[in-house]
Design a protein around this ligand. Sequence first.
Ligand SMILES: [Zn+2]
Length: 374
Amino acid sequence: MDFSQFAPLPVIDCHIHLRHAERAGDLERITEEVGLTAANLLAMPYAPIINQNASLIDYKAGHPNHAYISGALDHVQLLADRERAPQRLAGQIQRLKAIGFDGIKLVESKPTNRLEMNFPLDGPLYAPMWEALEAAGLPALWHVADPEEFWDFDACPDWAHEHGWFYGDAYPLKEALYAEVENVLTRHPNLRIILAHFYFLSADLPRAAGFLDRHPGAYFDLAPGIEMYQNFARNIDAAREFFLTYSDRILHGTDIGAGSSNSDPTLGIDHDDAHGRTWLIRHFLESAEPFSSPEELGHGLGMDVDGLRGIALPADALARIYAGNFHTLYGQQPATLNCDAALEELDRQAAFIDARAGAPIDSPARRVARRLRS
Ligand SMILES: [Zn+2]
């Protein structure tokens, strides 16, 4: 795909998944091809290896000036000791900061995860964690809810059904998840939160505006769901007006790597999908020409969509969305990796995984620790 048509501005992607340290080469290539100045890499919780923090530590060690990293919480540790869990979660924030994580990633309010964990985010389990996060000044990129059609059997798209993302009676309602966020942000006005995927409010821009007005520490990223761009196209003038008004509260983010496998490192980051996502967002922001969803789009965007429209923002708004707002939240430079603190955490994870298996395991934490020591 051709990226040379776009504005020659620094571009930071705040929402990229690197699930395996072994796939660093994929990310280096994509970064170069789509022209990223820097990237914010996100770790997800994944019980067999605790979480993907090790791969981010590894990437930052090799790319100290271009990799911001957002760690996942350790729910395996948390669930093992419910009594001490609230304080332990808070302790994890301090530990992530000491290692050199630039922020945290929360996927705990995606309906599937929220159902599995079944602890309200505004409840006692997380209360000390929010306090610690606010005190540490680390931003969180937080996935809350999903598109509203996922709660409606008939409206839920086939590809979402295939992912198990139709939310029947057992699941929390979208409004219940939003209510948890309201409580957290009201209690902690100094938290800085990026709500992923435009907080799934693209169909209701007045509500999105009200939310941002109420919570000055809240931001949105632009990672598709393609439905977001369909919603914008339905009233493109209102969308443009919104982006102009809130250009200091919106961040470029693509969800590159979303479709990569948690369990299988031999499956890389989908290169075409990464191009498609980046092109979609940049074309939407920079051009007024109608367009269709690029055929390169893969995971979670599995439908062809015509009739999309762009908002052709002026350069100053683009500069804020591409990089300025990111720097406001995460600083001008990535935090420095503290190797000793990183090794301590990697050794702890590796020891836990060994103990659980009753045998030494060549876990990602152990492999990354070995590389850092060599
Ligand atoms: Zn994501």
